[in-house]
Design a protein around this ligand. Sequence first.
Ligand SMILES: NC(=O)c1ccc[n+]([C@@H]2O[C@H](COP(=O)([O-])OP(=O)(O)OC[C@H]3O[C@@H](n4cnc5c(N)ncnc54)[C@H](OP(=O)(O)O)[C@@H]3O)[C@@H](O)[C@H]2O)c1
Length: 324
Amino acid sequence: MKAMMLKSFGGPDSFELCDVPKPVPGAGQVLVRVHATSINPLDYQVRRGDYAELVPLPAITGHDVSGVVEAVGPGVKSFVPGDEVWYTPQIFDGPGSYAEYHVADESIIGKKPPSLSHLEAASLTLVGGTVWEALTVRAALKVGESILIHGGAGGVGHVAIQLAKAIGARVFTTVREANAEFARSLGADVLIDYEKEGYVDAILRETGGHGVDVVFDTIGGDTLSRSPDVLAQLGRVVSIVDIAKPQNLVQAWGKNASYHFVFTRQNRGKLDELSALVERGQLRPHVGAVYSLADLALAHARLESPNNGLQGKIAIAVEPSLIS
Ligand SMILES: NC(=O)c1ccc[n+]([C@@H]2O[C@H](COP(=O)([O-])OP(=O)(O)OC[C@H]3O[C@@H](n4cnc5c(N)ncnc54)[C@H](OP(=O)(O)O)[C@@H]3O)[C@@H](O)[C@H]2O)c1
């Protein structure tokens, strides 16, 4: 099969299109013909060597799969050949999704929502699972509460806005002006142009000084230490970003705040919950750009560059017919 191999850590050109043996499913495993995958910041972080000690080279990387079951190993109960499936491969544990075929344990695979294309489905598995865990499990966001979602036009942020609205929360989000309409179309109630106004002032003004119940940190920097300034009493902060420097959380005490850190974990249950929302029309990933597997370097370079003009996700068409 064709696969994009990462042979050394470095820039976007570090991938090489190679012929490698097709994997064989073992007991409890499923062989999937990959139709589409996508790109996440994790993918360029892995490529440039941020997690070098966890990724033995050469490696097939990539963290989203939408495809069709080709074969099943002994003992597989939930899938048969021909099923359309979606999932995030185990992170830092075996080959990823930048290949024509992938093998995974059936426990992390879900049935693809029928109303999504493969390009859309592959754009939702990792970010959707992360947002689900962050908002419903950790923040326990409730009907009528308020949430500040940083980076509302990004891969994670645009899904978070939709899930928060589906839960019934009031959504504040930081986006640059060019993405304001996009974020509003997803349901955001209050847009904060982070290039023009500090979000602390904006939140305090919009909430009459009360603050928000939840902050969802997708951008890092000093967000953890500044969040108490915008939190209501008993507020929750959920961060999904690697913390580059220690931060001072002293102000969190006065707000009775709690902090949660999420590193995405895979299971079928989360995918099934996301699928139900998709089929009810409450959640739809936005595919902002599509590249072929052969153009993976271009796709990585685009996601990695600042001011890349992207809204939502970059999908990768592994099946050539998916890209015109
Ligand atoms: N822990 C986990 O399990 C997990 C899972 C998924 C992602 N992540 C992490 O979450 C982060 C976001 O991922 P992503 O897929 O959403 O990335 P993405 O698609 O590149 O989106 C990032 C968004 O952040 C916006 N942004 C940048 N600086 C900002 C600022 N100062 N204020 C407000 N918005 C700002 C960008 O908007 P502009 O267009 O304005 O630049 C962009 O829309 C990454 O660091 C990623 O590694 C972690």
